[in-house]
Design a protein around this ligand. Structure first.
Ligand SMILES: Nc1nc2c(ncn2[C@@H]2O[C@H](COP(=O)(O)OP(=O)(O)OP(=O)(O)O)[C@@H](O)[C@H]2O)c(=O)[nH]1
Ligand SMILES: [Mg+2]
Length: 338
């Protein structure tokens, strides 16, 4: 959807409930604002996005004030909502639009048939997006030690449903001969890196476990897009809070469940003084998206990215420069190409 003054860039996110989708989107938008501070580019939330972000920040601050934090405490997303952020120069803008929805909708059993029509709309959005964000709950993967816990982690992360949806997305990209960017973004990473206030470095272990768990998803995307150029699969670990530390993790069998039933997982975080949110890693996702746009210029392809590049080239010199500048920002050493 574009007009003379602006063009919408759709970003899709795929993840089960409570994984950290809304938090990742909020971190991405606020880190983008930081990345562009001091440049001629204005960045502003569109419509009710600002109020949504503020609400999320207030909820978060409330939990942080308590000194201890339970991921279940913040309310989940109840209905689809499109977060929009406009990046503009001289009245021309790229509007980053990220569709958020209740993660329970990924599974038909927890979606409810009354939401089928809305879910179809979400699926259409996902298929139209050149970028697929896959948030991963790092604590679920890292705190699973016993076999039954590891099996439960697969269920909680809904690897099967994610694989199916990612395959559909990749198939759509391949049929349309369009490039695609997949960002695997472990969140809740604060306790596994020592570059943002943490003392322990378990980042290699996290990488190994994420790649192992998401292998079916990665393989599905690669298979579907094997004949298409311009597929990039990247690993971007993110601290959406950055000022908490995992204190304890518990795997518990539901009352009266059988030996084989999946367990319940809960984690408790303590707040690192002074308790100021200090997100890290989400800005790199915007940098990677801008790289994808810049790379489209060399492709001979048709489609959205090439159109976007042509639009930027046609008299939107300063906005194009902003995209090029962002694409040149170093990604830092957390990011890996898969
Ligand atoms: N420690 C820590 N907690 C996080 C992080 N990201 C998200 N959380 C917490 O995880 C819980 C779930 O996050 P949400 O962003 O609401 O998850 P969601 O995927 O949008 O969930 P639904 O809306 O139910 O689908 C919240 O309590 C968050 O505060 C992170 O990087 N670190
Ligand atoms: Mg949510």
């Amino acid at each position: 959807m574009s007009d003379e003054g602006n063009i919408e860039f759709k970003v899709a996110i795929l993840g089960p409930r409570r994984v950290g989708k809304t938090s990742l989107i909020t971190a991405l938008l606020s880190e983008s604002q930081k990345l562009l501070a001091g440049t001629p580019v204005s960045i502003a939330s569109v419509g009710t996005t600002e109020a949504r972000i503020a609400q999320h920040k207030n909820d978060l601050r409330g939990s942080l004030l308590a000194g201890e934090f339970h991921p279940g405490a913040l309310g989940g997303t109840q209905a689809p909502f499109t977060f929009t952020l406009s990046m503009s120069v001289n009245k021309t803008a790229i509007v980053w639009a990220i569709l958020d929805y209740p993660g329970g909708w990924l599974d038909a059993r927890t979606r409810g048939s009354e939401n089928d029509a809305e879910w179809e709309r979400c699926k259409r959005w996902i298929s139209e997006s050149p970028v697929l964000l896959l948030p991963v709950d790092a604590s679920v993967l890292m705190e699973a030690t016993l076999k039954r816990e590891k099996i439960t982690a697969q269920h909680l992360l809904q690897i099967g449903q994610t694989e199916e949806m990612a395959r559909e997305w990749a198939k759509g990209r391949a049929v349309a001969k369009q490039p695609g960017l997949v960002v695997i973004a472990p969140v809740k990473c604060e306790s596994y890196f020592n570059d943002n206030g943490g003392l322990v470095d378990k980042n290699e272990e996290l990488y190994r476990r994420v790649v192992q768990a998401y292998k079916p998803v990665i393989d599905a995307v690669r298979q579907e897009m094997s004949g298409t150029t311009g597929l990039s699969i990247q690993y971007h670990p993110v601290d959406t809070f950055g000022c908490v530390e995992l204190q304890s993790a518990e795997w518990r069998a539901p009352d009266g469940s059988s030996e084989q039933a999946p367990l319940l997982f809960s984690a408790t975080y303590i707040v690192r003084p002074p308790g100021q949110p200090n997100p890290k890693g989400a800005g790199g996702i915007l940098v990677s998206i801008c790289r994808q746009i810049v790379e489209a210029q060399s492709g001979k392809g048709r489609g959205f990215l090439s159109e976007l590049w042509a639009w930027l080239t046609g008299g939107k010199r300063r906005l194009r420069q902003a995209v090029e500048d962002l694409s040149a920002v170093p990604l830092g050493n957390r990011v890996r190409m898969l």
